[in-house]
Design a protein around this ligand. Sequence first.
Ligand code: ADP
Length: 595
Amino acid sequence: MMDDLFANVFSELIDASEEQQALLDSLAPLMPDTAMALVDGEGAILATAPEGINDIPDQLLSRARRTAELVSARDDRGRWTYACYLEAPTVLVFRPADSQKDLCADPFLATLCRNTLQLALLRKEKQEVVLEKGQLQRQIEVLKRQHTRLIDDNHEQYLLIQEKEKQYAKELESEIARQTRELRHKNEELQEASRLKSEFLANMSHELRTPMNAIIGFSGLLLESPLDEEQEDFVQTISKAADSLLVLINDILDLAKIESGKLDLASDVVDLGELARNVSAMLAAQASRNGNVLRVDVAPALAGRPVLGDEVRLRQILINLVGNALKFTENGEVDIAIRRDAAPRTDHVVFEVRDTGIGIPAHRLQAIFEKFTQADGSTTRQYGGTGLGLAICCQLAELMGGKLAVESVEGKGSLFRCVVPLAEVTEQAAHRTMVPAPGDAAEEKEADTLSVLLVEDNLVNQKLAKLLVQRQGCQVAVAADGVEALAMLRDRQFDVVLMDIHMPRMDGLEATKKIRAIESSQQEAEHYVGLGRAGGIPIIGLTASVRKEDEQACYEAGMDAFLPKPINKNKLAEILNFHSSSLKKGAAAAPDQEK
Ligand code: ADP
């Protein structure tokens, strides 16, 4: 494109031969009837006017080149030819028609001739300047045109690029929209899959916990009966295996809930000192079995100053860390320390569990927080465990907005530190009733003879729950589902209803709603001997499901409390005793709702 441009520029210029011809043409009118020629250094004729001179004497040219004067020479025919050196290496040669006289012989004529030539040269120069000016102007014009063309071209290119960019942006936009649609669709599919997974797990856990309920319950009852040594050993083994299986089921379910984002944290008023002492009491037997000293140190700043947090999950983290510390330490020390974090993070609480046990190799420190991972392959054989506990603790801590970390020296011991934000409870919230520790109530009061209606479809569970309730000194009548329970309430009075949730014909939620509806209508209640008392009949939900939404559904249906299966003997005693003493007092206040 540039070559093109300059080719055009030079094509408009005038070349040297044109100039020489122009010089002769300007001389012609000044020297009429004179033949002229311009000759170069080699003697070659460059231009002629009006007609050329063919026979230039050689020595005339060499003489002309040596002097600035006009020189002349006469040929055989007596004609005079003149030469004058114009500019290197050009020489002007001319021969007037009347050439019989030598102009150079007359100084006046020679001067006249020279002046004439001078004048012609000046004219030529002037013409050249004019020509040059014209050329420059033409050059400028050409450049201007080229410039305009360049600008036009550029503009065209710019528009083209812009158009292309627009097109590209449009394509990109529609591609992004398509991908977003696809992603949204995939996301919905994933969410649905995750929902199905967690539903499946919840159902599975229900199915698994139901037989576990029977195994744990009956082996507990068996252990209380007279057994010979071998039988006791067998039952102990069954009981321990069932306990660890239940822990595993709970762990897997917890992990699934956390991973599917289904784990909601509760906001309880928690006394951290009490929590630590509870955990320590719970694990005291394990500590002494391994010859360990277990100590608790709760900072004075936390004493009597409850915090707002999820008590169950905080307890779960602490039990896991202390349980591990005791498991991996023999004849050593395990210290639980709880304090507020240093400024500026004083809204965080630090839970530290330090042990003097086997420690963890440095290269395994990070791996132990991963699912199903243990510090070394022999751990399971020697100490048991599944490698799920720390993964759950870690995720729980993160869910609370905190962090779990470890420092350890192999052979010397480990320090697990969990730091979570836990706000101090305002005065108002502190007045909320604290959840009583399991067993407290049972120790305080003795269960009186209560009449309990057990609504349960599963025969094994019926048998177990009946035995557990009877052991509390209560009388039990059994209904196989909601329909049967309503029929029994029509004819008999009961003090408490233990209501299973999942049952054929009429499930526990529907039965509870029916009971509450009957109680709210005086007319209907008159047909039921067992209903119509002030405050309503206490209904306690029983289920192997541990999903928060199932618990919530129980309360929404009108139940007073919730007892997860496998039924904890102490919790059952606590609830029954509460209702027994309520009956005695004639009060109808409900106990705290169990978790
Ligand atoms: P589990 O104890 O069921 O195997 P965890 O997730 O609780 O699973 O722990 C993972 C692994 O981390 C353990 O198997 C053990 O190797 C290591 N570990 C945890 N706590 C300690 C501790 N206090 N001392 C030594 N090793 C520990």
